[in-house]
Design a binder for this molecule. Structure first.
Ligand code: CP
Ligand code: NVA
Length: 302
């Protein structure tokens, strides 16, 4: 079993499948794994509601302990180098869940620390989110193999993790993003290799209507991610045609599921009220972060 969970690519399709099954059993209250004596450091360079609280509650429910370290406390890379921080934390805690600006900070924590590192969101991926997303989709629609998931918006961290996990699990992935904000050719090529093995397809387009046409699920995320605030004005203009609203949702299958990692900007990437429609699964998604992360922690720490 891989020691870290920094990218969806760190785990095989079978390992993801096992984690999803385990997350479901955790949610049903039938999984009795306990991790007494373990501790998780939450090393965060950016704000969080869901990730912070769900990891903290996950450790509490598993009988372990969680320590939150805010950007101001650690000053990662400024007050202290990433290398030294990794080595010091490894002497105290059993794992580090880090939310970073640069993805390479996670790789450095893994390289220089001696405990498992979990990506709690970086500029490149959000793998814990993708696990919870697929858990949610599975609960709403059954087997995700053969379903079509349409992502509308920025080809960002959430999109990348979702792309890779879709390709591994056999879910067809379509993404509509404006030029300049698309997934990279490398990311797409990697996903296409995986998709070839799972019999899934990957489609890139600039047209939201093409992406969502008869889709089983529609996913969107903020247009301006944390760390991109200086680009907000330009992004708001460029992404305006990519809003997920009722007109766009009418093009999907009638029972399509609406997903969003939250926090949402109502009136921007999602029209006002859309996240409160019956087809929206966003609060289940938020809850499932807890169950999916318990599965990740149990997998890495047992
Ligand atoms: N979806 C998500 O990661 O939320 P937070 O930024 O609040 O942790
Ligand atoms: N793409 C968003 C996700 C937040 C959970 C960001 O990085 O800010």
């Amino acid at each position: 079993m891989a020691k870290h969970f920094i990218s969806i690519l760190d785990w095989s399709p079978d390992q993801h499948r096992a984690a999803l099954n385990r997350a479901r059993v955790f949610k049903q209250g039938r999984e009795d794994t306990r991790l007494p004596g373990t501790a998780l450091a939450l090393l965060f360079e950016k704000p969080s509601l869901r990730t912070r609280v769900s990891f903290d509650m996950a450790m509490y429910q598993l009988g372990g302990h969680c320590i939150y370290l805010s950007p101001a406390e650690v000053g990662l890379g400024q007050r202290e180098s990433v290398r030294d921080t990794a080595q010091v934390l490894s002497r105290y805690v059993s794992a580090i869940a880090a939310r970073t600006f640069a993805h390479r900070t996670l790789d450095e924590l893994a390289q220089f620390g001696s405990v498992p590192v979990i990506n709690a969101l970086s500029d490149q991926e959000h793998p814990c989110q993708a696990l919870a997303d697929f858990m949610t989709l599975e609960q709403r629609r059954g087997d995700v193999k053969g379903l079509t998931l349409a992502y509308v918006g920025d080809g960002n961290n959430c999109a990348v993790s979702l792309l890779y996990l879709a390709a591994m699990l056999g879910t067809n992935f379509r993404i509509a993003s404006p030029k300049g904000y698309q997934l990279t050719p490398d990311q797409v090529a990697r996903a296409q290799e995986l998709a070839a093995r799972s019999n899934a397809t990957v489609l890139l387009t600039e047209d939201p209507a093409e992406a969502v046409n008869h889709a089983d699920a529609v996913y969107t995320d903020v247009w301006t991610s944390m760390g991109q605030e200086a680009e907000k004005e330009a992004r708001t203009r460029i992404f305006a045609p990519y809003q997920v609203n009722e007109a766009l949702l009418r093009k999907t299958k009638p029972d399509a599921v609406l997903l969003h990692p939250l926090p949402a900007h109502h009136g921007e990437e999602v029209a006002e009220g859309v996240l409160y429609l019956p087809q929206s699964a966003v609060f289940d998604q938020a809850e499932n972060r807890l169950h999916a992360q318990k599965a990740v922690l149990a997998t890495l720490l047992e």
